[in-house]
Design a protein around this ligand. Sequence first.
Ligand code: KG4
Ligand code: ZN
Length: 342
Amino acid sequence: TREPVVLGIETSCDETGIGIVRGRTLLANVISSSMDEHARYGGVVPEVAARAHLEAINPALEAALAEAGVGFDELDAIAVTSGPGLSGALMVGVGAAKALAVATGKPLYAVNHLVGHVGADVLDAEPLEYPTVALLVSGGHTSLLVVRDLVGDVELLGETIDDAAGEAFDKVARILGLPYPGGPQIDRAAVGGDPAAIRFPRGLMLPKDLERHRYDFSFSGLKTAVARWVEKAQDAGEEVPVADVAASFREAVVDVLLTKAFRACADLGIPRLLLGGGVVANARVREAAAERAAAQGVQLRIPPLSLCTDNGAMIAALGAQLVAAGHRPSGLGFGADSTLPV
Ligand code: KG4
Ligand code: ZN
């Protein structure tokens, strides 16, 4: 059977992503980011993101079709992120997808952004083996999932109850006087630092937390602890040991993320873990995940970085899986849903 050619549209945050796939083969992945426009605010500003999507979406669409070398006629379906994410930003993508579906007569599939992150992993790779645990960490989400079937059975095990992990990186970078986005800055600042120099708190890791929040995350206490530590040093007239603070903070985040993810693998007897989201760019996350996977006999899957951060190809990939599995299209009756559950 012929593999479906699907165009995916992603606008849930600050990346306008248009991707095109043929089955599990990546044909195009065009991304236009409004990150620079948000930099001076230290975080993504929803209205700015929505307007940037509006400006970027048509050029991105044309670029993706050109890159893939396909015309509208050759598409079998269109897929779009309907949530979760920023509602104004999502609305631009959903509106564009509906317009495109109507104009081309192609079936339209509304998909979940988080499940899309998992879908990214099948591109130019082997099919997923089920079940698998998935840890998705970015500036907008920190979620632990168990995937029994990409297009039918995805369960949320836990998520952050306050800040996302990437958000914590961004906020701590600001405390240390480093620019946005903070993740890469902290990574750089941590070089040569001692990860054991300061014992920062690990959120929701105490025995009493484990009953209700075994797989949930919390990073706001950690951020506050770093702020207090830095303030205290400054008040005492000491020079802030930026490398040690960055390395110790990063270690606390990585420790919690991976302890919970690998715990889920052990609890559920699932020897497979998939990572996704922008924070997976972190050097220490990758290194520590590889170490723990080897020690625990867990098979680790990490897509290339360009597919870890928000993109349209992952949405197209998930759409192609839906088409291949014979799912019915969504029609035009759905809307953007900023809190869409998995
Ligand atoms: O997936 P992404 O591009 O966009 C969403 O937030 O959905 O992720 C961006 C987030 C930012 O918070 C950024 O600070 C973080 O990922 N990030 C990193 C690194 N590179 C990006 N966090 C830790 N270490 C990094 N090297
Ligand atoms: Zn994302």
